[in-house]
Design a protein around this ligand. Structure first.
Ligand code: UDP
Ligand code: MG
Length: 313
């Protein structure tokens, strides 16, 4: 049996070696073969040279995929999964926020309890700004209301998967990759292990609130067309009200005459309708833009160089 760890890295010069040391301890205890696939996602610090040093120290265990620029964690995960050769495969954060100790229990879940995937889920969000946690919770509620599969609140990308699960994930070639959704969408027998949030060992998170917000929007757009339907319903609703109001105005004029007035109500209605129209066009535009990206069919990532035993030959 062989375990593959996929580890996307962006500006992580301090953590790549700590991650290796800590994780390999656990892997040695487990006793299976293993490989660690680091993806350098266009880091601007010395991550690449740290990774190359690490590769030179342990060429049998490590692969380094160096991207031509920053493509984002999703692309890093995809590249790593594509290059993974293990029977069991997982994605891990390089900052040790995914406790390597849990790997043992994950393997047990697959081998003894017959699961295809053993995932992990944070039950607390300590060390995170409260408003970020609040919005995260709301996001899970919102998206789960609209999509067919369930995205588990707090589920991490740290999940041990059998080969067949990874092959299914790789068969989803979409460019707008929202992996929380993709993981849920492929299905298979899944179990979640719960743990308390761990803060990163060094370095800083590269996710700003704004980036997370855009990511959440991407997720919704990628997995549901409900916003399009909602804007249609809103249109129907507003037209209905407009029709009733028209009747009201008509009969009022018939019965009571028409003194020239009504500028305020007029302007309110115009602004309201204009707002709704812009919103609906915006929603359509967002889907269209995603469609545009998919149709262009560009690669998910570009590689500058691969450092591995096989690549050297
Ligand atoms: N990461 C990446 N590309 C990016 C941003 C992040 O490969 O553009 C990696 C990062 O190095 C880390 C993982 O994705 O291994 C998770 O990032 P981070 O720890 O900053 O996020 P958080 O744990 O705070 O959600
Ligand atoms: Mg992290």
């Amino acid at each position: 049996m062989k375990i593959s760890l996929v580890v996307p890295c962006y500006n992580e010069q301090e953590t790549v070696r700590i991650f290796y040391d800590e994780t390999v301890k656990v892997l040695k205890e487990i006793g299976y073969d293993y490989e660690i696939i680091y993806i350098n996602d266009g880091s601007k610090d010395n991550t690449l040279s740290e990774l190359i040093k690490l590769y030179e120290d342990y060429p049998d265990e490590i692969k380094v995929i160096d991207f031509s620029r920053n493509f984002g964690k999703e692309a890093g995960m995809y590249a790593g999964l594509e290059h993974a050769t293990g029977d069991y495969i997982t994605v891990m954060d390089v900052d040790l926020q995914d406790p390597p100790q849990m790997l043992k229990e994950m393997i047990k879940g697959i081998e003894e309890e017959g699961y295809d995937i053993v995932g992990t889920r944070r039950v607390s969000r300590k060390g995170e700004p409260p408003i970020r946690s609040f919005f995260a919770r709301q996001f899970y509620k919102l998206i789960n209301r609209f999509i067919d599969v369930e995205i588990v609140d707090g589920a991490r990308d740290f999940r041990l998967m059998k080969r067949k699960v990874v092959d299914s994930i790789l068969s989803m070639k979409e460019k707008n990759r929202f992996s929380k959704g993709i993981f849920a969408w492929v299905g298979f027998k899944t179990k979640y292990l719960e743990y308390e949030n761990v803060e990163r060992v060094a370095g800083e998170t590269s996710w700003s609130f704004y980036k997370l917000f855009l990511y959440a929007l991407d997720g919704i757009i990628a997995f549901t067309t409900a916003p399009l339907q909602i804007s249609t319903l809103l249109g129907v609703f507003v037209s209905l009200i407009a029709f009733l109001y028209m009747l009201f105005v008509f009969f009022k004029a018939l019965l009571f005459g028409d003194p020239v007035a009504g500028y305020p109500s007029m302007i309110v209605i115009i602004l309201f309708l204009g707002g709704i129209q812009l919103l609906a066009i915006g929603i359509i535009g967002t889907y269209l833009s995603k469609l545009y990206i998919e149709v262009k069919d560009r690669p998910i990532y570009l590689v500058e160089n691969i450092y591995s035993k096989e690549a050297k030959k």
